[in-house]
Design a protein. Structure first.
Length: 318
């Protein structure tokens, strides 16, 4: 019989991660995609959960209250906005993440979106699909020489800067702290960064102070014809303001891997906007990244349940 009960708030887990958990005596309970807190709490109560491996869905205080044996909530990824960290701290529940696990995957996706926007791949593909060919209005842009503004310069931001530099882009970044930035020029304040950005890419956490960080006023500071890319968290952008800027042509395009509501409603305007490239929050879910996220989270769970040591950089302390 299993010693520990672990809930995975998603329908899949990398085999290597599952093997780690089962070798430590854990039974793993998978859930359908994007469960709500009520569903997670119900399962947590039913199995008397010792740990939650959080990938999709929010783990709030109602979930924690339903699992009196809960010792750890391990994020299958980097961002912890899906977890009520304050409630966990008040209950003495450990919260961990998997820093750097998907950095290269997200950076590659970011560069792919930048190239697709600048090279007009979506509209040109629509021309071909409609039986047309190149005409006077057909044009693709140059990536080399473009000014790329990064909000955030953690593991993902650093990888984006490295890849962008290989394409000849000029990279600027704003980030807390004063450490030198490799591959980017520091700009201390957001308004100045926005004024410098032909392309703006978001790589910061979602927190109360960053929600709608990119609102109508911020978008207005971007140069006319700029592009916006978000592979971080949907709540960083005011989607109404973004759509309005796209509709009036101030922004040339946007690429979104994340949305405020996930999945977004079927009639959401940004799903099929002619100036938007949208992907379903998959930037960090390549096979290699998926395995790394799962294994790092599983390692934290096994350590927490068996008295092992968890690397300090994986423990969320804020």
């Amino acid at each position: 019989m299993a010693r520990f009960q672990v809930i995975m708030t998603a329908p899949g887990l990398a085999p290597a991660a599952r093997a780690l958990l089962e070798a430590a005596g854990c039974a793993v309970h998978l859930m359908p995609p994007y469960p709500d807190a009520k569903a997670i709490a119900t399962l947590a109560r039913e199995v008397d959960a010792d740990a939650i491996l959080c990938r999709q869905g929010r783990v709030d205080d109602t979930v924690m209250a339903a699992a009196p044996k809960l010792k750890i909530i391990a994020r299958h990824g980097v961002g912890v906005d899906e977890v009520d960290v304050a409630a966990a701290r008040a209950r003495g529940i450990l919260v961990t993440n998997a820093p750097g696990s998907n950095a290269l995957a997200v950076a590659e996706h970011t560069l792919a979106l930048i190239l697709a926007l600048v090279k007009e791949l979506k509209p040109l593909g629509a021309v071909i699909a409609g039986g047309g060919w190149r005409g006077a209005a057909s044009a693709v842009g140059d990536v080399a020489g473009k000014r790329l503004g990064l909000i955030g310069f953690g593991a993902i931001g650093r990888e984006v800067a490295r890849l962008a530099g290989a394409f000849g882009m000029r990279v600027f970044a704003t980030t807390p702290g004063a450490a030198p930035l490799t591959g980017a020029e520091r700009i201390s304040d957001l308004p100045s960064l926005l004024a410098h950005a032909d392309i703006l890419s978001l790589h910061c956490p979602l927190a109360p102070e960053t929600r709608h960080l990119i609102d109508a006023a911020a978008i207005a500071r971007l140069p006319a014809g700029a592009f916006v890319i978000n592979t971080a968290r949907g709540g960083l952008i005011d989607e109404v303001a973004l759509r309005e800027a796209l509709d009036r042509g101030h922004l040339a395009g946007a690429a979104l891997d994340v949305f405020e509501d996930e999945p977004p409603p079927a009639d959401a305007a940004l799903r099929n906007h002619p100036r938007v490239i949208a992907t379903p929050h998959v930037a960090g879910v390549t096979p290699l990244a998926f395995e790394r996220m799962g294994v790092m989270a599983a390692e934290c769970i096994v350590a927490a349940l068996t008295g092992g040591a968890i690397p300090a950089e994986r423990v969320i302390r804020r």
